[in-house]
Design a protein around this ligand. Structure first.
Ligand code: AVJ
Length: 313
C-alpha cells in the first residue's frame, strides 16, 4: 500500500525538528511502505520481545477483558493490520449475539480499506467502519453501539513523553461514554541489556529501519541524505526510562533538503529519531489518572515484560 506523506507537513516538521537541540525527526516518518515492512520484520525478530509478549497476554486475557467490558464495539487506534486484534474480535463475536462493530482508526486510508475488506471477509457478521484519522488529534467517532472497548496496543504510547501521553489518553477519554473501557498495551521497565538488545538486533533490521527514515525524506522532499553514512544507535536512558534511537553521522555530511534548508553534520553529530518510554504500573496509573481514567485491571506476564492496562471512567 503506497504511503503518501503530506509534503508541506513533513517540511514543517523537519524545519522545526532540525533547528532544535538535539536535532530530531518525528518517528512517524519511519513508516513508508518499506519502513512498515521493516517494522513487521522487527516484530518477528528473536530479540524484539514486545510483540510476542503482548500477543501472549491477549491470548491469555481476551476472554476476561471482554467479560469485564462487554463491548458491542471495538475501537482500535492505529489499527495497522489488526493482527493481534483478532484475538479480541474472536472473543467479542462469541459473546455478543447481536453482532459486533469494529471501528479501526488509522491515518492511512488505503491501508484501512484493505484491512477492512479482509476482516469483512473473515468475519461476515462483523460490521466494520474504518475511520481515517490521526489518533493524536481530536476527531469524532461515527455513531456505534454501546458500550465500546477502545484499544491502543503495541506500546505506541511509548513514542511520546508521559505528559504527551496524558494529552493523547485524555482525547481518548473524551470519546468514551460511561460504561466504555480503554485497553492500553505498554512495554515495561526491565533489565537494560534485554531492552537494548530489542533495539540492536543481530541482523541489523532495526538499523535498516532507522536509516530508512532518511530515504523517506529523500524521496518525499528530494533531499540528498546519504543514509549509509549514518550509524544506528539505540541506548537506554535510565533516568528517563526510555530507549533513544539516533542516527549518527560517520564523517562530515552536507545535506540539502528542499523547502527545509541546508544542514551540515560533523563527524559524530546525530539526529534523535525515536524515543520509546518504558512504563511501570505506577507511571501507567498516573498517566491514566491524569487523563481522567481509573485503572481497573493490570495484566502482565510472569517475566514482567509487557502489560495490558484496562481502565474506565
Ligand atoms: C512501534 C513504537 C512500539 O518503540 O518498540 C521498534 C517502534 N522502533 N524498534 C517501539 C520500534 C524500533 C516500536 N513502537
Amino acid at each position: 500500500m503506497p504511503v503518501t506523506f503530506d509534503r508541506a507537513r513533513m517540511a514543517r516538521d523537519l524545519r522545526e525538528g532540525l533547528s532544535e537541540q538535539p536535532r530530531r525527526i518525528p518517528p512517524k516518518y519511519f513508516y513508508d511502505e518499506q519502513g512498515s515492512r521493516l517494522f513487521d520484520e522487527i516484530t518477528r525478530l528473536p530479540e524484539y520481545y514486545p510483540t510476542r509478549a503482548e500477543r501472549g497476554l491477549l491470548i491469555r486475557w481476551s476472554r476476561t477483558i471482554i467479560e469485564m467490558a462487554k463491548p458491542r464495539t471495538l475501537v482500535e487506534l492505529g489499527a495497522g493490520s489488526a493482527d493481534k486484534t483478532r484475538t479480541l474480535l474472536d472473543e467479542m463475536l462469541r459473546t455478543v449475539p447481536e453482532g459486533a462493530t469494529y471501528l479501526p482508526v488509522d491515518v492511512s486510508a488505503g491501508f484501512l480499506a484493505q484491512s477492512a475488506a479482509q476482516l469483512r471477509d473473515e468475519y461476515p457478521s462483523l460490521r466494520v467502519s474504518p475511520v481515517a484519522a490521526d489518533f493524536s488529534t481530536h476527531f469524532a467517532l461515527p455513531a456505534h453501539p454501546a458500550p465500546a472497548l477502545h484499544a491502543f496496543l503495541g506500546s505506541t504510547i511509548g513514542n511520546v513523553t508521559p505528559d504527551d501521553a496524558v494529552a493523547l489518553v485524555s482525547s481518548v477519554r473524551e470519546r468514551m461514554e460511561p460504561g466504555d473501557y480503554f485497553l492500553l498495551g505498554i512495554d515495561l521497565r526491565k533489565d537494560v541489556t534485554l531492552i537494548e538488545k530489542a533495539y540492536n538486533d543481530s541482523r541489523g533490521v532495526t538499523a535498516q529501519f532507522n536509516r530508512n527514515m532518511l530515504s523517506v525524506i529523500n524521496s518525499c522532499l528530494g533531499a540528498n541524505f546519504n543514509a549509509s553514512a549514518f550509524d544506528h544507535s539505540a541506548i537506554y536512558n535510565e533516568r528517563e526510562h526510555r530507549i533513544e534511537m539516533r542516527l549518527i553521522a560517520r564523517g562530515r555530511q552536507s545535506v540539502v533538503i528542499p523547502d527545509v534548508g541546508d544542514f551540515t553534520f560533523a563527524d559524530g553529530d546525530w539526529i534523535l529519531t525515536e524515543v520509546s518510554y518504558k512504563y511501570d504500573r505506577d507511571l501507567a496509573n498516573d498517566v491514566l489518572a491524569r487523563s481522567g481514567l481509573v485503572l481497573r485491571e493490570w495484566f502482565t506476564d510472569d517475566a514482567g515484560l509487557f502489560a495490558l492496562a484496562l481502565s474506565s471512567r
